[in-house]
Structures are given as structure tokens and as C-alpha cells.
Design a binder for this molecule. Structure first.
Ligand code: MEV
Length: 323
């Protein structure tokens, strides 16, 4: 059944453990956060299909039939074309995409946008995509953006909650951890996941045994972290986060500013801190066992002109916002 207006949202994410190694089929742990990308789709009153992405292009409307779209909208066009290819519906959509998730910060904004658009546009066209189908097309879309994604970002955004992800297979993980304890600090240094994954690939090709060694150590951290998360052992989780950050430094994907942020967090008695996502800039996550200290750190980071907030986890993955 065709519908005239739909709105779907999908969450961003943090990788708690195992980024980069996960591209090489090692396990990683991710959690959905309560920042969302939102795709609203309604039937156009004109005979044209319109796309607007005000966060990127304020006040600009793109005619999907005419315009060669800017490069950073290619993946969205891929989603739209893929779905139009398999439908008999000939309705013209007006699509508006917005996001609360900081861009290029390692918080999974591209995957969340793809997931919300796939869910929304497939519904608009009368195709009832289930979560598996949404996730599958979102993975294809991530390949356009990131070349060799592990698939963890689209998976956590589709299903929400907490997951352990390994070699394309997801296992649900329920954390004992209160989300009040995780602070996210955005260094505001933009980075590009594709370039960082590519830089690790080059290092791997040049020195496979050294990089495999780092991945092996990250793998072991993820195994221990799964147990610590299940047990709610905050001290152990914090220690493992710090060890994971050190290994990401060894891998060469940290950044001077991220290391400085981690150092300040250590001084402020965080239980542990690490970069999250591809690194090279973007965000640091930090674990506290004291809400008051966590809020103090947020204020301190804001004084340094960084973005900082206490993160809440989200059990919901992709979600229909209209009913
Ligand atoms: C994903 O947010 C970060 C990386 O692990 C890449 C991937 O898993 O596709 C670096």
C-alpha cells in the first residue's frame, strides 16, 4: 500500500571497542546513541522529485530528475535509484533529510542517514522492507561512501541497542553500563573514514605481521570487554578502553588533539578514554563512575571550544516517527 507522508529516523553510534580491526573480520562492540538522522518523505505536489538536505545545503532544493547532484549526495541518489528500480510506483517524492549527529566525527552519521532514507523511501513506495533488507541496502550504500566498510555502522543503526559484530554477523549485547557514564568529546577535527581505513590498509600491506599483532591485541580486548560489559565492571571497562586507545595510536589513527583530550580526561580521573570510530580527528569517548565529575568534564571541554555531552544509549534502531 502506498502512503503519502512518512518519517523514519535512525540512530548514530559509538564504537566502544574494536574499530579498524573489525574491517579485518575481528570482533568489535558498538552501541546506538540517542542522536538521530531523520528522513521525511511526502508526495510532491509538482511533477518533480525533490531532495533537500538543509544541514549540508541550506535552502537548496535538488530536482532528482535533472540535477547532477553534488558528490556528497551520491550515496543518497544511489538509495533513491535502487529503490525506484524495483518499484512500480511512479509517485514523485519530496525528500528532506536532517540529522542531529555531528558530521565526519566518527558517530555514524552517514549510515544513519542511509538507514533512515531506505526505511522511509521504501515505505513511501509501498515496499515493506524488513530490518534485514534495510541493513543490506545500507551496507551497499556504505560501500559507496567508505569503499571497504565492515558493516558495523549500518548494522548498529538499523538494529539499535548494543552489539558485538564480527565478520558480518551481529550478536545482541545488553550492557549493565548506565549510559550516564559515557561522555563524548568532539575534537571538531574533520576526518574521512575512507582515507583512514585506506591508510591502515597500506600499513597492513607494508608490514602485515606488525599490524596483525595490533589487531590480535585489539581482538583480545574486545573479548575481555564483552565479559566486563556483561558484568558491569566499570573499572575493567575503563582500563580496556585506555588500552584500546593505545593500540589505535600504535596503528597510527589517533591525532595529537585526541591524545591531548585523553590525557586531560585521565587527569580528571576518567576510568578510561579512547577515540571512537575511524580516528584521525572526530570524537573521544570517556567513562566515568561519577555523574558530577562527568558533567564537570563536559563544561571543561566546552571551555576549550570543543563539543562535549553525556551520551545516552538508544535501544531503538530505525524507527517510524509517525506512528
Ligand atoms: C567504523 O565506524 C570505523 C571503522 O572500523 C571502519 C568500519 O568498520 O567500516 C574504522
Amino acid at each position: 500500500m502506498d502512503v503519502n507522508t512518512v518519517e523514519f529516523s535512525a540512530p548514530g553510534k559509538i564504537i566502544l571497542f574494536g574499530e579498524h580491526a573489525v574491517v579485518y573480520k575481528h570482533p568489535a562492540i558498538a552501541a546506538a546513541i540517542d542522536l538521530r538522522a531523520i528522513s521525511s518523505i511526502s508526495a510532491s505536489s509538482e511533477q518533480i522529485s525533490i531532495l533537500s538536505v538543509p544541514d549540508l545545503f541550506p535552502k537548496k532544493l535538488f530536482d532528482l530528475n535533472l540535477t547532477p547532484l553534488p558528490e556528497n549526495l551520491t550515496a543518497l541518489k544511489f538509495v533513491i535509484d535502487s529503490l525506484l528500480e524495483v518499484t512500480e510506483s511512479c509517485k514523485n517524492p519530496t525528500i528532506e533529510i536532517s540529522s542531529q549527529i555531528p558530521l565526519s566525527a566518527g558517530l555514524g552519521s552517514s549510515a544513519a542517514v542511509s538507514v533512515s532514507l531506505i526505511a522511509g523511501f521504501s515505505k513511501f513506495l509501498g515496499m515493506d522492507f524488513d530490518l534485514h533488507e534495510i541493513n543490506k541496502l545500507a551496507y551497499e550504500t556504505e560501500k559507496i561512501i567508505h569503499s571497504f566498510p565492515s558493516g558495523i555502522d549500518n548494522t548498529i543503526s538499523t538494529y539499535g541497542g548494543g552489539i558485538l559484530y564480527e565478520n558480518g554477523v551481529m550478536k545482541e549485547l545488553s550492557f549493565q553500563l548506565s549510559s550516564n557514564y559515557i561522555v563524548i568529546i568532539n575534537s571538531l577535527i574533520p576526518r574521512n573514514t575512507k582515507d583512514l581505513v585506506e591508510s591502515v590498509r597500506k600499513k597492513y600491506e607494508k608490514n602485515p605481521s606488525a599490524i596483525q599483532g595490533i589487531f590480535h591485541n585489539i581482538h583480545n580486548i574486545v573479548i575481555d570487554a564483552e565479559k566486563a560489559l556483561k558484568a558491569g565492571d566499570l573499572a575493567q571497562i575503563g582500563e580496556l578502553m585506555s588500552s584500546n586507545h593505545q593500540l589505535l595510536r600504535d596503528l597510527g589513527v589517533s591525532h595529537r588533539t585526541l591524545d591531548e583530550i585523553v590525557k586531560i580526561l585521565d587527569e580528571k580521573r576518567a576510568l578510561g578514554s579512547k577515540l571512537t570510530g575511524a580516528g584521525g580527528g572526530g570524537c573521544v569517548i570517556s567513562l566515568f563512575d561519577d555523574y558530577h565529575r562527568a558533567t564537570e568534564v563536559v563544561e571543561l571541554m566546552k571551555e576549550k571550544n570543543l563539543q562535549a555531552f553525556i551520551s545516552n544509549f538508544s535501544n531503538d534502531g530505525v524507527r517510524n516517527e509517525l506512528y
